[in-house]
Design a protein around this ligand. Sequence first.
Ligand code: NAD
Ligand code: LMR
Length: 332
Amino acid sequence: MAKEPVRVLVTGAAGQIGYALVPMIARGIMLGPDQPVILHMLDIPPAAEALNGVKMELVDAAFPLLKGVVATTDAVEACTGVSVAVMVGGFPRKEGMERKDVMSKNVSIYKAQASALEKYAAPNCKVLVVANPANTNALILKEFAPSIPEKNITCLTRLDHNRALGQISERLNVQVSEVKNVIIWGNHSSTQYPDVTHATIKTPEGEKPVPALVNDDAWLKGEFITTVQQRGAAIIKARKLSSALSAASSACDHIRDWVLGTAEGTWVSMGVYSDGSYNVPAGLIYSFPVTCSGGEWKIVQGLSIDEFSRGKLDATAAELAEEKALAYSCLS
Ligand code: NAD
Ligand code: LMR
């Protein structure tokens, strides 16, 4: 029997990530090839005409799984009945800007949209915040939507995770699909800690540890980390626009694994509400290694953290605590 369609909200749908993301969702890349969807697209009035153009193209593309499109500038209409909400709308970072510069523009958007989601989304709606500062926008959304369970509010660090997989794959000249269990700890910012301590490569002789195969501690603790940390800025420099196709693809990966589950023995990185695991202060949205099953994520426990990693985990937590304070000061 055909499945009931799932309503998926994309905010900022007339923007460049939105333009890359909505066809992926309509093709089943996010929720699976047998899951019909109804797309809810929200943008602001100045973008209404462009949003309508995206809707026209969705019709023209004749996606078999796409059972309806709501294109609106009304947050209530956009949020009504959605089971998945991908929050892309916001003010993007431009060349030379730090995330903190865009904080005040974005936290007030997320406070307002929290209320609309809380009142009108389907119960148990899963929320993914993409717009920067992603962790702190998600935290604001959580704080101002107290009836949405905190486990349902996440932010995107899967793009950083995928970037780390990509860098290791290039360095070792192996397929990216053979690399697994990198970790992004902390903030989706230049203080994030891309960690390969527990990462492995699949080989015909079994799984082998990435640190031993790379065999270059200086690169792993230096250029590898900074390349992943700075990749967003490098894309902006090259394209004069922030990443879009890779962000959209990673957002699909994040929701797909959350809803449909991670593969046995594999974890992914998600920005989730900290419960104090790994001595990360509770009350921050922080990127951890997680496994997903039955629509729920769980932080991977018991990984060893050496002194180098400890310093990196703490530094990115400190930045998030600072961002949280700054966000609250923008709201007051
Ligand atoms: P964009 O400027 O092309 O699109 C943003 C869209 O949001 C625009 O259409 C704009 O009109 C809309 N918008 C603004 N305020 C809104 C509101 N209140 N409600 C609904 N829509 C609103 O930007 P983009 O390149 O698509 O990037 C979107 C966001 O994603 C940016 O914040 C960017 O920094 C962030 N980003 C995050 C990651 C990540 O990995 N977490 C990666 C890439 C980009
Ligand atoms: C990215 O990582 O590509 C985005 O977050 C862009 C940015 O604003 O740095």
